[in-house]
Write a protein that binds this ligand. Structure first.
Ligand code: SPD
Length: 347
């Protein structure tokens, strides 16, 4: 082998080793977050990246059922996920969430105790509460009159073709249950069949089933939408004709949580991300952007005055009293799935 060839091969080997080492180092510093849409601002992500030298990659899902199905199907590579209450219960029961090392999350101490130790994770072994909100009705007040007060508005034929329902089995079944005067967590098969029939009756006047409702509102594709509170309130900033109401019959209250999938490639980095998000000033920015309440007590002093007392973000006691949290129902979950499939398939 000539000297030049040997030198070139050595050089190529050094470049290759450096490339592999570089990849390993980059990979160790890349955090993959799988989240609801619009839950992190670019500024917050950039601050975490600057403080840690890590790179954050965000992917989004549109329902808890999508998230659970993906993790159950063996999708790997995610370091942080954001399941809602009942989905934490489901994922933990399936062994799909890692146990959190709280020593790596000292800002856990910043959490408001009222959001800890809930039915879905009594010891917060697998989840850290992040933001909370409600489901209700978003409506274009320049087109919908009088202002809706009941879920019946989403069955009003006067708005046929201009109504969206959340493409979310538990939320849409929940709206039907509440309209019928039942609990959102009913397991009684005849009541589940009634809710299914009510949603099938509604279908001819429905324009779409979508969980990303902000585009629909901004583009005025509908005048009424079943929606999560923060999603309507964010649209209302630029389009104040959009209003949000929790119907008189009651609705759902959700807590979305930070969690780490079992076998996550970068568990320590994921815990440092969770710890970062629990800083009062950081999570106050999340509330200011998402318009969802957060679970860190001291964040309130970092919120602009206009948001501190917003009754839509922080519902008053009489509204809170009408809300229920969604729970995983074991065998009855299958009945809900069958009912929702029948609704979606109905002509
Ligand atoms: N755009 C983000 C909306 C997230 C709402 N959380 C889902 C709660 C499901 N019950």
């Amino acid at each position: 082998m000539g000297t030049n060839l040997r030198a070139s091969l050595r050089c190529a080997a050094i470049v290759f080793v450096a490339f592999v080492a570089g990849c390993a180092q980059d990979d160790a510093k890349t955090l993959h977050v799988f989240s609801w849409s619009d839950y992190f601002t670019p500024e917050i992500v950039a601050r975490f990246e600057a403080e840690t030298g890590a790179k954050v990659i965000l992917d989004t899902y549109e329902s808890n059922e999508d998230l659970v199905a993906k993790l159950q199907a063996g999708v790997t590579g995610y370091d942080v996920v954001l399941p809602s209450d009942y989905a934490v219960q489901q994922l933990a029961a399936l062994g799909l969430l890692a146990e959190l090392d709280k020593a790596n999350i000292p800002n856990f101490a910043n959490l408001d105790p009222q959001f800890l130790g809930k039915y879905f994770d009594a010891a917060n072994a697998h989840s850290v509460p992040y933001v909370w909100g409600t489901a209700g009705i978003g409506y274009d007040s320049s087109k919908v009159s009088p202002a809706p007060t009941s879920w019946a508005a989403l069955w009003d034929e006067a708005y046929a073709g201009e109504i969206n329902m959340l493409d979310d089995v538990r939320e849409s079944m929940g709206a039907a249950f509440k309209r019928l005067g039942y609990s959102i967590n009913t397991t009684d098969p005849p009541k589940i069949a009634e809710a299914r029939a009510l949603l099938i009756d509604q279908k001819p006047i429905i324009a779409s089933y979508r969980t990303e409702t902000d585009d629909l509102m901004q583009a005025k594709q509908v005048v009424l939408t079943h929606a999560w509170s923060g999603d309507v309130l964010r649209v209302a900033e630029d389009s104040p004709e959009w209003k949000y109401v929790v119907p008189d019959e009651g609705s759902t209250f959700f807590i979305d949580n930070l969690a780490i999938p079992a076998g996550a490639p970068h568990k320590a980095l994921a815990e440092s991300f969770i710890n970062f998000m629990l800083q009062p000033d950081v999570i106050a920015q999340v509330t200011a952007f998402t318009r969802y309440g957060n679970c860190v007590t001291a964040s309130r002093s970092h919120l602009p005055d206009s948001l501190k007392d917003s009754p839509a973000i922080f519902p008053p006691p009489d509204v809170l009293a009408r809300l229920e949290t969604i729970q995983s129902l074991g065998a009855a979950d299958v009945l809900y799935g069958e009912a929702w499939t029948a609704v979606k398939a109905a002509q």
